[in-house]
Ligand binder design. Structure first.
Ligand SMILES: Cc1cc2nc3c(=O)[nH]c(=O)nc-3n(C[C@H](O)[C@H](O)[C@H](O)COP(=O)(O)OP(=O)(O)OC[C@H]3O[C@@H](n4cnc5c(N)ncnc54)[C@H](O)[C@@H]3O)c2cc1C
Length: 511
């Protein structure tokens, strides 16, 4: 343990995690002139934008011969010795396998923006933020949505963009499907080339270099050229210019609330292998829903934080249910495309039966076969098929617990009607297209929500309408762990908007 006299002075705010919640929050805090330190367990990624930002230590995205070794950072499950195995601290994905629900997220400066499908949507229900707690409503979040969407440069694709292998264009001849307009209905955080088909290197308003989007280059294995808008350059480049300090490869283990009201954050610095600590007047936890819950639960168990009633409860998977659509297309390379390219809908609106609305099902490209050495058979599956992602309102009735140093999820998918609806929709798509959708039985979510929910008071939630924990003043939750209900669609813009709102609350509170 270091001598307290040697420790740096407390910062105004320490932000844990650099994904959508953490980056949006940190930028708004430094814009307001606060002294902010960000800790991120993963590395800066080696991309054209990050190089142009002058970041010296960068880790490659998983590509080429050694790419498979860089795919997975951590594997977690109650059956593993110690509950987890860290395979490669520079790995991209974090996979938690558990009872009834598996969770996948990313690691690295910029968090999930490196691996996500680029969908920049508001909640499908415009009333999403209404009725959660008094004093919070859709109008309160609106300025934050506008700020984050503007920073992401999001827009819907146009026919003039001439994007290859879009959904509507491919389904065009099949009257069983809705095809009109589906190619342009999703809002994306991609820099579409100004001259269609001729991507160029461009410079952002913050002086960062990036390539315009290139088909097949900006998907779930990351965007080395910067065609997909990632948070490291879209939010953090500006935040660094305004004084944000980012410590990469620093993995937080616990948070401790001191008698003087400040917080001490304990972490392992993976650059040196040493245990270190920093103090802050306020701490924002934005480690991604499941990791945020793990940190809070571990800190309570270690006696660092006051117990929080309801912590870990009301956890869910946003109804996420993934499938592989085996199109067996030999005429085209379907991976040569943008990561998400339309919503799958049948023309028959009653196809699922009375009272069973069609769920949101996005269709998208798989990684290009050239990106990793996967063998000829898998390469054919990647280029000849696509992924389908169903989403909707699950019951958000799972529980996340911390037992003997292990994080475990108890979730019963049978309690959520959405999964049966999506499975039936997959079956119908298979029947009407003549090409089957394959899926696992256990849902896999990339959009976990809840566990530290917003509520009116400590009897109804873990955090207040500004994200501050009732039981631990000065501690905030700025990711979807705070969401009291599933977004039922892609949530990253809602998480970023919430992170921005949490920052506005802190700015007001610090005077
Ligand atoms: C394959 C895939 C596709 C997706 N597609 C879409 C999409 O198209 N649209 C959409 O809206 N959403 C999509 N998502 C979901 C989206 O990525 C997440 O909702 C989003 O990243 C969550 O933001 P966050 O800030 O909560 O957490 P994250 O983005 O996960 O960021 C959390 C950060 O905290 C870091 N961290 C974790 N633990 C610690 C610790 N102990 N110490 C320090 N740092 C820590 C992590 O390394 C990570 O960088 C997708 C996700 C995946 C996996």
């Amino acid at each position: 343990m270091s001598d307290p006299d040697d420790l740096p002075a407390p910062v105004d705010v320490l932000v844990i995690g650099s994904g959508f919640g953490g980056s949006a929050c940190a930028l708004a805090l430094v814009e307001a002139g606060l002294d902010v330190l960000m800790l991120e367990r993963g590395p800066w990624r080696d991309t054209v934008p990050v190089r142009s930002m002058g970041i010296a230590a960068r880790s490659p995205l998983p590509r080429g011969r050694r790419g498979l070794l860089r795919l997975v950072r951590t594997l977690r499950g109650r059956w593993l010795p110690g509950g987890r195995a860290t395979l490669n601290r520079h790995g991209l994905f974090d996979i938690h396998l558990d009872r009834g629900l598996h969770v996948v997220c990313a690691s690295g400066v910029g968090g999930g923006s490196h691996v996500y499908g680029g969908l920049n949507e508001r909640p499908p229900d415009p009333d999403y933020w209404n009725g959660i707690a008094p004093g919070l409503g859709a109008a309160d979040l609106e300025p934050s949505y506008q700020r984050v969407l503007a920073r992401m440069g999001s827009r819907q694709p146009l026919a003039d963009d001439q994007l290859p292998n879009m959904l509507g264009a491919r389904l065009g001849a099949n009257p069983a499907f809705v095809t009109d307009g589906v190619d342009g209905e999703l809002t994306m955080g991609l820099a579409f080339p100004e001259t269609p088909g001729q991507p160029r290197k461009v410079r952002t308003a913050d002086g960062v270099e990036r390539w315009e989007a290139r088909p097949g280059e900006d998907g779930v294995l990351g965007s080395a050229g910067g065609g997909k808008t990632t948070l490291d350059f879209a939010f953090l480049a500006r935040a660094l210019q305004l004084g944000l300090k980012v410590l990469d490869l620093c993995e937080v283990s616990t948070i401790e609330h001191g008698a003087d009201g400040t917080y001490t954050v304990h972490f392992v610095n993976h650059h040196s292998g040493r245990r270190e600590q920093r103090t802050a007047r306020r701490v924002v936890v934005a480690a991604g829903t499941l990791n945020t819950l793990g940190l809070l639960l571990a800190s309570v168990a270690a006696g660092g934080l006051a117990p929080m009633a309801g912590l870990g409860e009301r956890f869910g998977g946003n109804g996420d249910f993934f499938g592989y659509w085996k199109l067996d297309d030999v005429a085209r390379d379907l991976s040569h495309s943008v990561p998400a390219r339309g919503l799958l809908r049948l023309a028959d609106e009653e196809a699922l039966g009375p009272g069973r609305a069609w769920p949101m099902i996005a269709e998208g490209a798989l990684p290009t076969p050239a990106s990793l050495p996967l063998g000829r058979r898998i390469a054919r599956l990647l280029s000849g098929g696509s992924f389908v992602a169903g989403m909707g309102a699950d019951a958000q009735d799972g529980v996340v617990r911390w037992r003997n140093g292990r994080l475990r999820i108890d979730y019963r998918p049978d309690g959520s009607a959405i999964f049966a609806r999506i499975r039936d929709a997959f079956r119908l798509i298979g029947e009407r297209s003549g090409r089957r959708i394959y899926h696992f039985q256990t849902p896999i979510t990339v959009h976990p929500t809840g566990g530290a929910c917003i509520g009116a008071d400590a009897d109804h939630g873990v955090v207040d309408i500004h994200g501050q924990c009732f039981a631990n003043p000065g501690l905030y939750v700025a990711d979807a762990a705070a969401f009291a209900k599933p977004v039922s669609g892609p949530p990253s813009m809602s998480i970023a908007a919430w992170g921005d709102r949490v920052a506005q609350g802190i700015v007001v509170a610090t005077g």
